[in-house]
Structures are given as structure tokens and as C-alpha cells.
Design a protein around this ligand. Structure first.
Ligand SMILES: *Cc1c(COP(=O)(O)O)cnc(C)c1O
Ligand code: SF4
Length: 444
């Protein structure tokens, strides 16, 4: 990897210039992408186009579906509304207004993340933080709110299309450090985005070093949530400050903190290029640990062999499979959603095919308002068929690990489509009005 790779981004205004786009796609498909791309985020780059997508399989290629807009990602009436708008006007403000109107109908803020998890300190609302689970604080650095490419399913899309500009972001680590000092129960800070690895090493260092230098013995784990290994592995190889990034990782480890690189991979193919192998190896050589997670998505990875191969390849390269998520109820959910019954079947079939080293993975898990809810399976209780569920994380820590039941429903895709089983009037957590972890310091 001695030749520096030059990053080139493609989005709505220039994607027709990608050589593969003009070679493999027809005019109608391009126009449809332009309609959808007005509403949902769209950005791809030369690594994804040259090394990940198999263009002979387009449009069904999973990485193509992952990164390029597709007509069916909008509901027909939304698609028609935007198509008619584009046919009628080229006025940017009008197009944007219609786009925002459609976006507001796509559940832009699922799981109450804007309103319920924002903590405060001495009366100041810390809009760059989320604190939902006792041990872990999420930190959204202001400069990490974009990615090397965008996933068409992403629930963070309101941040990229300018709906949530900086509302979520906090410029300073000062407030984070002060918050951590006031919260000795917090052991983990998860730096997230967008993708924090979009930042220059210098900026990233400005966020991380204060955490190392402050006296925070209870802060044990610094996590970085990133898809850069899948979308731009050259970040760790030939980018100008690639070595500085690795030195920073080493500093974290030398300071006695555990550095967990939470890598987002959606498909086995993302594990297989020479660039990603070398990047993984370099990150691991700093003493950082790589854990992997992905949602389960129709059209992209809804087959057990893809997951089994992905997990096997991850373990072979020294990564630790961590979470399989259920696609969130936002954006193009109708396009990507897999029913919970099928999600569990895929999880189980894949889990059965791998050795114990890959069975560190948990799922399928819904990041819902009350917590991370995992489908453990289905069972027959008396003459009722049920889902057996449990909390992997709970807004109330006492909920974690307690199994509960929901009426089996073959088509349900999310917790809000499930009903309590066995004659219960409600789920146990709905009836639980004990003080929730965040309510003491949340605004609402
Ligand atoms: C998933 C998640 C975390 C981290 O949970 P772990 O189970 O510790 O990985 C923290 N905060 C929020 C809001 C999350 O969704
Ligand atoms: S890399 Fe992560 S934050 Fe960025 S678009 Fe994909 S899922 Fe969303």
C-alpha cells in the first residue's frame, strides 16, 4: 500500500461522472436516483465504486444498494411528489421545501433520541452528548458529522441533509470532561457521528487528549464508532495523517485506557480487500481492539451465509463480532425492514455455522426507546406462540437480562408492532415508573 490513494467523493451533483455509472446504468435509473437523492443522503467514493461494488451485478449488488439511492427507497407517493416537483421547477428552495416535507414523514428522530437522552450540567443542555445507558455516554464531536460515504438506510440521515445542523453537536470537550467528573458511574465514552474518522488526526486528538489528561479514573473505555474501515480503509494506510491517527490510538492505550474501535461492516465483501486487511492489522497493532456491528437489511445482507462468512472473516482478522441490529424504524424502513421472525432465523442459522469465537455476537437487537431489545427466539407457552425477548441495554438498568414475552407475529418488524402475550395487559417496562436513569438530568 505504498501508492497514496486519492479520495474522491461522488454525490448528486457529480455521480454521473463516475465511469462505472455511465457504463452500467441507464438514463431512467439515473433519473430515479436523482429523485430519491433529493430526499435521502447520497454520497459514495472511488474506493466503494472501484473495490467494493461488483458492477456486473448492479442494481442487485449489495454494496450498490447500500450506497446508491433506489426508486423503491421512497414510498410511491413520495417518489411521485418529488419527481413532479423536479419536472416543474429547478428552484432549489422549492425542491428543498418538498424534500423536507417528505423527510418529516420518515420518522427523522426515532427512539426519542433528540428529546429524551440529552443530558444537562448546571442547567446547560449538552446537545453534543447522549446519555441513555448508565455506563456509556455518546459524544458527537462537531467536526465528525459526515462520513466517507453514506449508507442508504442510515438513521442519522437528518444530520447529513441539514435538518439537524449542529443541534446534536458540541464543539468542546470541556463540557464532556465536566459532565464525566460529575458522573462517576460512566465507564465508557463512545465517540460517534457521522463518522469521527472523517476528522483529521489533529482534530481527533483535540477531542481525545483532554479525556486522557483529565483525572477520570472511572473512564476506562474510549470507543470510536466508525465505518471508515469499510468505506475508506486508506484512512489508516496512506492518508497524509494516517500514521498520526495510529500514534493517537497508541497514546490512548499507553494512558491505560481501553480503546475499542467499533467498526461498522454490513457485508462480508467489505472484509476482503487488501486495503481493509492492512488497515485492520495496523489498527490492531496499536493495542486497540476492533469490535464489529451491523444492522440486518433486506436487499443487502438478509441471508445467513453472508453473516456467517462476515463473522468468520472478522474473527480470522482478529476482530470481535459484537451486535446484529434490526433495521431502525426511520427513513427507508419499508425498503430495508426484515420481519423479526425472519431476522431471528437468519441470526440463528448464521450463529450455528460459526465457531465459538464468533459467538460473541448478540442480536437481532432493536435500539428502541426503552432500550436495546433482543429477540432470543420463539416458543410455545401453553397454546400460545410467543417471541422471547430480553433487554441487552435498558433505560432502567434493572430491566437488563430479564426475559419477557410478546405474541408471535410473523410480520412485525419493530417492538411497537408487538403485543404483550399470555394475558398481560402491557409489557413489564411500560408499567415500570421507577426513576429512569436520565430523568434526573434530562430536560424532558
Ligand atoms: C448501543 C448504545 C450504547 C452502547 O451500548 P453497549 O451495549 O454498551 O455497546 C450507548 N448508548 C446508546 C444510546 C446506544 O444506543
Ligand atoms: S457510516 Fe454510519 S453514520 Fe455514516 S451513513 Fe453509514 S450508518 Fe450512517
Amino acid at each position: 500500500m505504498n501508492q497514496p490513494a486519492v479520495y474522491r467523493a461522488y454525490s448528486l451533483h457529480n455521480f454521473r461522472k463516475l465511469p462505472q455509472v455511465s457504463a452500467y446504468l441507464g438514463e431512467q435509473a439515473l433519473r430515479e436516483m436523482e429523485v430519491v437523492g433529493q430526499v435521502l443522503p447520497f454520497k459514495v467514493n472511488n474506493y466503494v465504486a472501484d473495490e467494493l461494488i461488483d458492477w456486473t451485478q448492479v442494481p442487485d449488488d449489495p454494496i450498490f444498494r447500500l450506497t446508491f439511492p433506489h426508486r423503491d427507497m421512497l414510498l410511491p407517493h413520495h417518489f411521485d411528489l418529488m419527481a413532479h416537483t423536479l419536472a416543474r421547477t429547478s428552484d432549489k428552495a422549492t425542491i428543498r421545501k418538498v424534500a423536507n416535507q417528505i423527510r418529516m414523514e420518515l420518522n427523522p428522530h426515532p427512539a426519542g433520541q433528540m428529546s429524551h437522552n440529552v443530558p444537562q450540567l448546571n442547567g446547560i443542555k449538552l446537545t453534543g452528548l447522549q446519555h441513555k445507558y448508565r455506563e456509556t455516554v455518546l459524544f458527537f464531536p462537531a467536526h465528525g458529522q459526515t462520513c466517507h460515504a453514506y449508507c442508504s438506510f442510515c438513521f442519522r440521515w437528518p444530520q447529513f441533509v441539514g435538518m439537524d445542523e449542529l443541534k446534536f453537536a458540541m464543539r468542546e470537550t470541556e463540557l464532556l470532561v465536566a459532565y464525566l467528573k460529575a458522573h462517576p458511574e460512566v465507564t465508557d465514552v463512545l465517540i460517534t457521528g457521522g463518522d469521527p474518522m472523517i476528522m483529521k488526526a489533529k482534530r481527533l486528538r483535540a477531542y481525545i487528549e483532554p479525556l486522557l489528561e483529565a483525572d477520570l479514573p472511572h473512564l476506562q473505555h474510549i470507543r470510536i464508532g466508525s465505518k471508515a474501515l469499510a468505506y475508506w480503509p486508506y484512512r489508516f494506510l496512506t492518508d497524509q495523517d494516517a500514521d498520526d491517527v495510529l500514534r493517537l490510538f497508541e497514546r490512548v492505550v499507553q494512558a491505560g485506557k481501553h480503546l475499542a474501535f467499533m467498526a461498522h461492516f454490513n457485508h462480508a465483501r467489505e472484509m476482503q480487500t487488501e486495503a481493509v486487511r492492512q488497515a485492520i492489522s495496523r489498527i490492531r497493532s496499536t493495542g486497540a481492539e476492533i469490535r464489529t456491528q451491523s444492522p440486518l437489511l433486506r436487499h443487502i445482507n438478509d441471508e445467513a451465509p453472508v453473516w456467517a462468512e462476515m463473522w468468520r472473516e472478522q474473527v480470522r482478522q482478529g476482530c470481535v463480532p459484537y451486535y446484529m441490529f434490526v433495521a431502525r424504524d426511520t427513513g427507508a424502513h419499508h425498503y430495508f425492514a426484515v420481519p423479526l421472525s425472519k431476522a431471528h432465523e437468519i441470526y440463528r442459522k448464521a450463529y450455528q455455522q460459526v465457531s465459538g469465537l464468533a459467538r460473541t455476537v448478540r442480536g437481532p437487537s432493536m435500539s428502541a426507546h426503552p432500550g436495546k431489545i433482543c429477540v432470543l427466539g420463539t416458543a410455545q407457552v401453553g397454546d400460545e406462540q410467543v417471541f422471547v425477548l430480553t433487554f441487552l441495554q435498558g433505560r432502567n438498568p434493572k430491566w437488563v437480562g430479564r426475559p419477557f414475552f410478546a405474541r408471535y407475529d410473523e410480520h412485525a418488524t419493530w417492538i411497537n408492532e408487538l403485543q404483550p402475550a399470555l394475558g398481560e395487559p402491557s409489557f413489564f417496562f411500560e408499567a415500570d415508573d421507577t426513576v429512569l436513569i436520565n430523568s434526573a438530568h434530562a430536560l424532558n
